[in-house]
Write a protein that binds this ligand. Sequence first.
Ligand code: PLP
Length: 433
Amino acid sequence: MQYYSLNNHALKVSFTTAVVQGLAPDRGLYFPESLPAPDLHFIQALEKYSDQEIAYQVIAPFVGDDIPETVLKQIISDTLSFPFPVNEVEPNVYALELFHGPTLAFKDVGARFMAGCLGYLLRNDQRPVTVLVATSGDTGGAVAAGFHQVPGINVVILYPSGKVSTLQEKQLTTLGGNIRALEVQGSFDDCQRMVKSAFLDAALQQHVLLTSANSINVARWLPQMFYYFLAVKQLKALGKQNPVFSVPSGNFGNICAGILASILGLPIAHFIAATNVNDTVPRYLENGDYKPSAPIATLSNAMDVAEPSNFVRVLQLFEQNFPALQAKLSGYAFDDTATVQAMEAMYKNNGYLLDPHGAVGYLGLKKYLALHPETTGVFLETAHPVKFADTAPHALKAHIHIPARVQALYDLPKQSIPLPATDEALKAWLLQQ
Ligand SMILES: *Cc1c(COP(=O)(O)O)cnc(C)c1O
């Protein structure tokens, strides 16, 4: 399988190059040159296959010959080592719980899959390999856990001092070994700028092979298709067909993978992009005008994105056909007041705890189901409520259960390296390694 840059369809690279580079040299996102659908009989008989077999069938054509079958199967089984249950929270409304992984966020799947791929693809490279990533919270933890103890790869995470939650900081700073956390005396934007400037620094690249693990990497994007296949499999066992999926969206990687799954033949009736007040895409779907505004901070902060980086891939999946896009995708936006009300009402009526991201997904689903009442609806619960316990409504706080593996983190010492928020400081630090 080859991948082309969305900025230049003639620029084609292998899966390996797409994963190692992350972004094409012309700053375009990589996109598969064909969309190989699994066998129709396979999709019709999903319930007969194990989760691992389904994942292998779906992803193998996108990887091609770059990773041998046995290695890819091992990567998949390491990736899918926790459950992805669908949970009926109201009649015909299902929560697809994606938070049972090591860092309690759905990003664990993409990060673990990418770590496995990169570990294999770079096994013969003599240079030290460093995965460099800036985080505002969730990504860093998932990447750290995914790459922990992968041989030959070091991970350097930049995070803004004092601006991530206590739990998130613990997830970044307590693993040790090949994971190092740079505590930047600045903002998340500073961290992102410093990482970008390191990637563009040719002298630095000679010294160390730098690669990124952000959400535009194809090895993080594509395995997210698994959630949708595994959900459809479970719903089939319950006699439910052709569901709609509401996806709480920020950078639009997750929903883009779902749309790809449906294009490959997975029966999904419709998608709902549920956002917080960072509503660039819902507005675009309504009036065809793509006008990002300045990002606004909300309770569902992993979705505080005004310019969703993966949306160009969504457009490409519909071959830039706006009516086709509108027919398959609706967009709804909700503010923090609605989000908190949904969390409170859900707990009161159904005894189910939502996190703020899942709450936005639930609200989007309800809005769509009001117009299409006969449909089976699924919303993605993308984080465990404990991750956002700091800001949870008062009445719910006491009910949020802290999983044992999270509790243990609070007792581990933080190990971070303070760093001034300048490009030169990062470069000097990397050169010393
Ligand atoms: C990253 C994240 C999202 C947004 O996912 P995208 O793929 O960027 O749209 C939603 N919820 C949580 C908890 C996240 O961490």
